[in-house]
Design a protein around this ligand. Structure first.
Ligand SMILES: Cc1ncc(COP(=O)(O)O)c(C=O)c1O
Length: 486
């Protein structure tokens, strides 16, 4: 397997505010270990030479040597004379442990439980399948009934859409990665929010984009409510000055902050994107999970005038509304772009499974009832999480959200990575705030999903309480369980 060399400078950026706790070498090895467990330092990354890192961080060579030794002894680093220190995950050659198998509570995923009634929709789809068995089954664009159902759903939400504007994908992540591959060239600028959904940033980077960040805030206890949401001047300036080829935005229940972009701001941003010839990738994966949001929030693309509309591409999926295991998503774009995307798709995959498409075509006709059920679950989950966190951690700030599935909790001090590591020792996987930043930022924040059951949320808050109490003195050993953020 090839090794990626991580420069001292790149590692310094990833480390963020790593200092703290009793000794520098332990703090450093802990942070590198978290980066490896989080996937921010992929397995096989070659760490910088000790001397380079010590110079870069302004610490003694002995500190870096001791940190690398600690990582080696715990199985996180292989050191081979002549080829440096390479990140390894302990037991990586064995089948990957899953949190569930280890009895660990996985709060790294902001997902809903599978929709009740999913099995009935699947039975219906099985009965429909024979109608399709005469075809080849390779379907890179989507079966007509699903494209029509997705178009109808957009139309019902206030954005008139025809099936020719729809391409069916293997989930929203596939849609984002495909768009990045087709629209972004090596070295092109891409606008992105910070914090953001990390796999979107990864897809843009993989396509060669240089990211230009615009901040989204959940607001703080002392902050003027006007500072909540998108930094509008910076958003508009980045479009004007950097002319990014694409911008990736989550205007409804932004993950992780839960913020929604006001309609007037959507209009301004759409118009500025048209001026700078930027294609906006609007991620609506979470957009329909309102709890009690007041006011009118039409889909972002419905806020664009005729000039701006061709610059707006929407992506979505049923991963959050129905089930993460239902790998069906979509892209809404001009038919010309849909053709390009379909042509480019086959280099990576040859289409979307027919049976899953039939299931989703059936479910989409029932979306209002499905969403009403999800709203009930999310309301209970949100209210319970807010109450438990307020009682347990009166000094944390938990911004109230009116939809989505996550709260972006402000811990009051830059200890999120330490807390996430300690939480693992108490049986809870939760991603540290910097997982959602581009450069090690957000060490004061923790993303907490409220889509889990009340009992699981109770266990998670108990684990956080124990972890919080042990900060700075948690043991180095942990389970090594891996979980991807979604
Ligand atoms: C904002 C956002 N976009 C996209 C995705 C990926 O969605 P899918 O599971 O449909 O690939 C997720 C999943 O967590 C998400 O939170």
């Amino acid at each position: 397997m090839s090794e990626n060399h991580v420069s001292a400078r790149a590692l310094e950026t990833l480390l963020g505010q790593w200092r703290g706790g009793a000794s520098a070498y332990l703090a450093l090895s802990d942070r590198i270990r978290l980066l490896a467990l989080d996937g921010r330092l992929p397995s096989d990354s070659r760490l910088p030479a000790e001397r380079d890192l010590s110079l870069r961080l302004g610490v003694s060579r002995t500190t870096v040597t001791a940190a690398y030794r600690q990582l080696r002894e715990a199985g996180y680093v292989n050191s081979v004379r002549g080829s440096g220190s390479v990140v390894r995950l302990p037991g990586a050659s064995a089948p990957a442990p899953t949190p569930e198998a280890d009895g660990i509570l996985d709060f790294s995923k902001a997902t809903m439980p599978a929709l009740p009634g999913l099995a009935d929709a699947a039975a219906y789809a099985v009965a429909e399948l024979p109608r399709h068995l005469g075809d080849s089954g390779f379907d890179p664009v989507g079966i007509p009934e699903l494209r029509a159902a997705i178009a109808d759903r957009f139309t019902a939400r206030g954005l008139p859409t025809c099936p020719e504007q729809i391409m069916v994908t293997l989930g929203a992540q596939h849609a984002i990665a495909l768009l990045a591959r087709v629209l972004v060239g090596r070295g092109d600028r891409a606008l992105i929010e910070t914090p953001t959904y990390p796999h979107a940033a990864e897809a843009l980077r993989a396509a060669g984009a240089r990211l230009a960040a615009v901040s989204v805030s959940a607001g703080g206890p002392e902050e003027d409510p006007g500072t909540r949401g998108w930094d509008e001047p910076s958003l508009l300036q980045t479009l004007q000055r950097s002319s990014p080829v694409v911008g990736y935005l989550m205007p409804d229940f932004h993950n992780p902050t839960g913020q929604s972009m006001p309609v007037e701001q959507r209009e301004l941003v759409a118009s500025a994107a048209a001026d700078s010839c930027t294609t906006l990738i609007i991620d609506e994966t979470i957009a329909e999970l309102t709890i009690d949001r007041q006011g009118d929030f039409p889909p972002f693309a419905a806020c664009a005038d005729a000039r701006s509309a061709p610059h707006i591409v929407s992506v979505g999926s049923v991963g959050k509304t129905v089930w993460g295991g239902m790998r069906i998503g979509w892209i809404r774009a001009e038919p010309g772009l849909i053709h390009k995307l379909v042509a480019a798709r086959c280099a990576n995959d040859l289409g979307t499974p027919i049976l899953e498409q039939l299931i989703v075509a059936r479910l989409l006709t029932d979306m209002p009832a499905i969403l009403a059920g999800r709203r009930g679950l999310l309301r209970v989950g949100r209210d319970h999480l807010e109450r438990r966190l307020a009682d347990t951690f009166p000094n944390w700030h938990v911004p109230h959200v009116d939809g989505g599935i996550t709260a972006w909790v402000n811990l009051g001090s830059p200890v999120s990575s330490q807390l996430a590591l300690a939480a693992r020792s108490h049986g809870l996987l939760v991603p540290a705030g910097p997982r959602f930043g581009l450069d090690g930022a957000f060490e004061r924040f923790l993303r907490m999903p409220f889509s889990h059951s009340v009992a699981e949320t109770d266990r998670a808050v108990d684990a956080l309480e124990a972890a919080w109490g042990s900060l700075g003195r948690h043991p180095f050993a942990d389970t090594g369980s891996l979980a991807e953020v979604v």
